[in-house]
Structure formats: C-alpha cells, structure tokens
Design a protein around this ligand. Structure first.
Ligand code: BGP
Length: 471
C-alpha cells in the first residue's frame, strides 16, 4: 500500500465556468456572449440568434441556485472554488464605459456566499465567453482594441472585488486560440479563412492583455496572486526515433510558448524561428515589450489528456480542444479522450523545471454518462466508481509530484457540479460530484443529487489526501 502526503495548506476544490453553469443568459441586463450562439460547442456552426437547442441558455441554473450549490461545495469541505465572471454580465456589449450594476451585484452575492463558508474564490476573468458584440464588430481578439476593453473590464472587477478575491486567472486555456479561434478568441471569421498571421496577431493581443491585467492587479491589489491558465498536454514521441523525439519537442514548444511568455516576460527565441518559417510577423507597439515583463505569480493549467507526436503525418484522435496521435498504451474515456494519470505527474515536473513558480491544477476530471439510481436507503444517487477511480489515480500522481519536489498550490476538479460541456455543448457528458437533473432535450427538474464521488471527495479533503492510497 502506498500513500502520498499533501501540504497542510493545500487548496482542494472544484471549478466551473459561467457560460457552462449559470444559464439566465439574458437576465438582469446580461448581453449575449459567443456561447449563446454556439449550440453545438466547437462541433457545429454558430447560429445567428440564440436558439432553444442551446443548453447553455439555461445550463444548470447556477444563477438562481448558487446558494444551494455553494452550500453543497461547503459540505464537501471545499477550500477553494474556481468560477468565471461572465464578461457580458458586467459589460453587455463589451465596449461600453459603464458597467451593469446588476451583473456586479450577482458576483458580490456569489463571493459573499463562498466567504461565508471560508471558501477561497479563484476567479477566471475570461473563460470562453467573449461578448458577442465584440466578436461581431471587431472579430474578437484579432483587434487590438480588445486589449483596452478587457482591461476596462479588469479594472472594474478588481476595484469591486479587491477585498474578496485574492487569486485571479487571466484567460482560460489561452493556448487553445490557435486551434479554436471562436470559442477561445471570439473570432467569428471561420478558422479555414484565418492565416497563421491572423492567429498569432490575436495571440499577441491576448498576451499583452494578460500581462496588462497582471500589472493592474498588482497595482490595485498588492496582495493579489495572478496566474496564467494553460491547456496542458504532455506530448510523447510516438517512437524512440530521434525524428519523433524532435517532433514532440517542437509540438510542446508550440503549445507552451504561451506559458513561457507569461512566466518569463518575453517571447522565447525558438518562436522567432517558427514564425519566420511560417511567414508571420507580429505587429507590436513600442510599449508591448515592457508590458509583457509583468509576469504571473503562478502557473495554472487544465489536464485531461496526453498525446503522441510523430515526424510522419498521422491520423489524430479526440482530445481537449486540441487533438493528437493516440498512445497505444492508454485507454480512452467514452468521448475518446485518452486517460493518463502519470502524464499529470510528468506535466507538473516539466512546468516546475521550466518556471520554478507555484503550480495550480485548475481543471481535471472525467466526462462520463451517469445513471441516477436509488441507494439502499432510498436516496437518489449515482454509483460513479469510474469517476472515483479516475480521480484517485490522478490525485495520487499529484502526490507523487509533490514528493518529487514540485510546489503545487491546489487542485480544483472540473465541473464539480454537472454542467454543459464546452466542446460538444452536451449535458450528458457529466463531470460532477453533484448530479443535476436535466437532459439534452432540456427536460428535468434541475434538482441536485449527491453522487457517490461526493462522499469520496469529502473524505479526501477531510483527510488532506490521506485516503489516496494505491495498492
Ligand atoms: C476545457 C475547458 C472547460 C471544460 C473542459 C472539459 O477545455 O476549459 O471549459 O469544459 O475543457 O471539456 P468538455 O466540456 O468539452 O468535456
């Protein structure tokens, strides 16, 4: 029997995003976001207007049920809760000067509820929910103007919540914009029409905005800690052939250069070579180099899959917004995402070697089909042993990485309450410890039920990981 030990102040918790859980898409002055016209997630074309088939319009109604939900998180013993602030609740169009007071009030209420239970909020400033108006008028982050709009948004929420929030994340999975320009960059031009020049220019705008937010946060809230958020995906060579090893190294550089800029404060040398080969010349303003020097305090990331890379062109499998060559040693989830707990230990070691900054795992979990059943005492529940097993294996590897000497601040499992999936916009792909009664046709009471994993995670937190023993 092997056990792992977690530090005393380890931040255990869960994570959600506004667009995937709140619903109330047009209430209290909220403007539309790109999510309101993406009924199929990244798997289908956007619609002109919001349509009833879009599950995110109601989602799991966190907007009206946040008290009940946060009480259940507290019951599990959460030390931290990660959520995002829907930009279009605060600035309905995105380019106004004055914020929407009702939107600000909502997050005051959510924060007060967290603080009531001693739960530390971890706020994502932008999580795949660019105001639709900014997408339509400016083509999202392709326009440099977005930097100012984003920083105005930051200034308002920093000022309003500075006494309630210490931990902030600038952009969710910032590196996904190269692969999913609409969901990640609010760019309405179809991907096939975008050049590498267009994409890297948008990336540059986001990186400058992120560094600007770090600067602003440190000025306005000296005690605050700001992190970047990266879609982490260890990339293994498919074979020991040095050509494959080199291809894997290059793929990781392309994926992690975003973290390099945010953690080190400048573009890495290897990117110059890559951009030159691709004929990309990023347009920069003279002040950008200085702004980029505002580096993050910690590195946060999502982790679901690892992939393989080969020097040869090969067919790719499914993955978290970015596909990759499947690994013959790994099994996959029902959605084809390959499950690799050791990959989490690998990525923690890689990031810590690379940056020597504290790390925060802010997303990880298993999307699966759950079945509501009655337990022995007649209570409705879900017997989600598969989820418990997935999380146990992953958390054990987090413990091993901590033994390796990696500084890990905390772990927030993704979709701690069932919500609408980002890639496929389905409700049947569930991640939660809490089951929500709603299906993909919009039917259901929206009642909440504790799954078996709810009680298991409560024990993990209560014992600070001491129950994570592996035979
Ligand atoms: C990440 C996103 C989340 C989340 C998660 C799971 O890419 O940051 O918003 O949804 O992946 O993905 P999915 O919902 O597609 O299963």
């Amino acid at each position: 029997m092997e056990r792992v030990v977690f530090p005393e102040n380890f931040l255990w918790g869960g994570a959600v995003a506004a667009n995937q859980c709140e619903g109330a898409y047009n209430e209290d002055g909220k403007g539309l976001s790109i999510q309101d016209i993406m009924p199929k997630g990244i798997k289908g074309a956007p619609t002109e207007e919001p349509t009833a088939e879009n599950m995110k319009l109601v989602a799991v109604d966190f907007y009206h049920r946040y008290k009940e939900d946060i009480a259940m998180f507290a019951e599990m013993g959460f030390k931290v809760f990660r959520f995002s602030i829907a930009w279009s609740r605060i600035f309905p169009k995105g380019d106004e000067e004055k914020p929407n007071e009702k939107g600000l009030q909502f997050y005051d209420n959510v924060l007060d509820e967290c603080l009531k239970y001693g739960i530390e909020p971890l706020v994502t400033i932008s999580h795949y929910e660019t105001p639709l108006h900014l997408a339509r008028k400016y083509d999202g982050w392709r326009s440099r103007k977005l930097i100012d709009f984003y920083l105005t948004f930051c200034k308002v929420i920093f000022d309003r919540y500075k006494n309630k929030v210490k931990y902030w994340l600038t952009f969710n999975e910032i590196n996904s914009v190269l692969h999913q320009p609409l969901i990640s960059g609010g760019i309405l031009t179809p991907k096939e029409k975008l050049t590498q020049q267009d994409l890297y220019q948008a990336v540059h705008h986001e990186l400058v905005a992120s560094a600007g937010a770090v600067k602003l946060a440190h000025e306005m809230m000296p005690e605050s800690k700001v992190g970047c958020m990266i879609l982490a995906m260890p990339t293994y060579p498919l074979t020991p052939n040095p050509e494959d090893v080199l291809a894997a190294l290059k793929a990781e550089q392309k994926n992690y250069f975003f973290a390099d800029v945010q953690a080190r404060g400048k573009y890495p040398k290897y990117l110059d070579r890559y951009l030159a080969d691709e004929n990309v010349k990023i347009e920069m303003e003279p002040e950008d180099v200085e702004i980029l020097k505002n580096t993050v305090d910690f590195i946060s990331f999502s982790y679901y899959v690892s992939v393989c890379e080969s020097a040869k062109k090969m067919e790719e499998g499914e993955g978290n917004l970015i596909g990759g060559i499947p690994n013959p040693y790994l099994k996959a989830s029902e959605w084809g995402w390959q499950i690799d707990p050791i990959g989490l230990r690998i990525v923690l070691n890689q990031f810590y070697d690379r940056y020597q900054k504290p790390l925060f795992i802010v997303e990880n979990g298993l999307g699966a089909v759950d079945k509501l059943v009655k337990d022995e005492s007649g209570e409705w529940t879900v017997e989600d042993e598969y989820r418990i097993d997935y999380m146990k294996q992953h958390l054990f590897q987090v413990g091993k990485a901590i033994e390796d000497g990696v500084d890990v601040m905390g772990y927030t499992s993704w979709g701690c309450i069932d919500l609408v999936s980002a890639s496929t916009a389905e409700l049947k792909k569930r991640y939660g410890f809490i089951y929500v009664d709603r299906d993909d046709s919009g039917k259901g009471s929206l009642n909440r039920y504790r799954k078996k994993s709810f009680y298991w995670y409560r024990d993990v937190i209560r014992t600070n990981g001491n129950v994570l023993n592996i035979e």
